[in-house]
Design a protein around this ligand. Structure first.
Ligand code: 9UX
Length: 72
């Protein structure tokens, strides 16, 4: 089973930022796909809720250097 989380992310200013967030999220166990839209400053993350949850996804965004509010 999979779930999708949409996250607001702030602090991304160039296309390389998008890559950093996508790669940072994608390599976590349980994340199947992460796609970031620079224009809307949002990420869509598809994950296995048995392996990872929203709090860890938000924390990962912060760890790679951007700001994200608590998961909606
Ligand atoms: Mo672009 Mo983003 O030079 O942290 S990678 S601003």
């Amino acid at each position: 089973t999979t779930k999708t989380l949409d996250l607001d992310i702030s602090g991304m200013t160039c296309a390389a930022c998008v890559g950093r967030v996508e790669r940072g999220l994608s390599k976590l166990d349980g994340v199947q796909e992460a796609s970031v839209n620079l224009a809307t400053e949002r990420a869509s993350v598809t994950y296995d809720p048995a392996l990872i949850g929203p709090a860890a996804l938000v924390q990962r965004v912060r760890d790679v250097g951007y700001d994200a509010p608590s998961a909606e």
